[in-house]
Ligand binder design. Structure first.
Ligand code: SF4
Length: 320
């Protein structure tokens, strides 16, 4: 963000009122077994539903804490491309029109994207969308186009794991979404979300997914550990003893493995999931996120390694 805008830009979480095809019965019901979108939703937590109001409310926090003046509207809650293009345009326009918003990040499922939606996203990313021209007319010429990111939940390349957690999409659909995005929204930033420590996955399986993610060459990656949140289906399975959650040592090792295998151009957006929320049942590592980031850094130093050291450039081909 400093390279793009000359200063940091902070993500403000938006709940635009979407649902998810994995919840409403279109693909499945019940959602992913780990899903607890209520904890991510400012609208469900606070009752503030208008996007512009959510943005204003969240900005106050970051302004006071970091003295920040540039923000990204992060459409995070549920599936943020799951509607007609006209409604998507109206929601994204509203966010981009809000003062101090310099971009949007759109979190979605790989099976909820198509050429028409991506062409809308491309219009923001390449600066041709009228909403952004309107901002330029207001004198905001210090940067020419907004930062526009599409974030897909890949989580794992193993369909058996995806079935167990009721993802209701295949890995091939993730590959297809990446290919379609590069074709129809080439100026959009593409982020993939991955999860380590999912039920019954060995380290070798997670390394396979890391390698596959690197092959797809995302512009950025979020590498979360799996955690069990209260009032989810996974919480019941965990209480029944169906699986164990990952240890901190294992996650640190896998996070370092992930960094070593990512292309040099891929931004690492996250390396750990939620650790401090009171709704998290397990794992309970007793460490802050900063302590975990430090432990991952220490592991990289111990190995004498760095991002892309083990990246296999020959395998990188997102078209296949
Ligand atoms: S796809 Fe996302 S929003 Fe939908 S059920 Fe799964 S985690 Fe929740």
């Amino acid at each position: 963000m400093k390279q793009w805008f000359g200063e940091p830009a902070y993500k403000l979480t938006i709940d635009a009122g979407f649902t998810c095809p994995n919840i409403d019965g279109t693909k499945a019901t019940g959602g992913c077994t780990f899903c607890d979108n209520v904890s991510f939703s400012p609208a469900l937590r606070t009752g503030v539903t208008r996007i512009s109001d959510q943005i204003e409310q969240s900005k106050t926090f970051y302004r006071e804490r970091f003295n920040s003046s540039k923000f990204l509207a992060y459409f995070q809650t549920f599936t943020n491309t799951y509607d007609k293009v006209e409604r998507l345009k109206s929601l994204y326009d509203e966010a981009l029109n809000a003062p101090d918003i310099v971009g949007i990040a759109i979190g979605t499922r790989p099976d909820c994207i198509d050429a028409e939606k991506l062409q809308l996203i491309q219009s923001y990313a390449d600066g041709s969308a009228k909403v952004w021209q309107h901002k330029l007319k207001e004198g905001r010429t210090e940067y020419e186009r907004p930062f526009v990111s599409v974030e897909y939940g890949m989580q794992t390349m193993h369909d058996a794991t995806a079935d167990y957690v009721n993802r209701a999409h295949t890995h091939q659909e993730t590959v297809d979404a990446v290919t379609l995005t590069r074709e129809h929204a080439p100026d959009a930033h593409l982020c993939l979300h991955m999860m380590s420590g999912m039920p019954f996955e060995t380290d070798e399986m997670i390394l396979d997914s890391i390698h596959e993610c690197a092959r797809l060459r995302p512009d950025s990656v979020k590498f979360h550990h799996m955690y069990v949140y209260e009032n989810t289906r996974m919480a019941q399975q965990y209480a029944d003893g169906a699986f164990e959650t990952p240890s901190l040592d294992r996650h640190i090792k896998l996070a370092a493995d992930c960094i070593e295998r990512m292309p040099p151009s891929t931004w690492i957006q996250r390396l750990v999931g939620e650790v401090s929320d009171s709704g998290v049942i397990a794992p309970q590592w007793g460490k802050s996120k900063m302590q975990i980031y430090q432990a991952i850094t220490d592991e990289l130093r111990r190995r004498g390694t760095y991002q892309s050291l083990l990246w296999n450039n020959d395998d990188a081909n997102p078209q296949t």
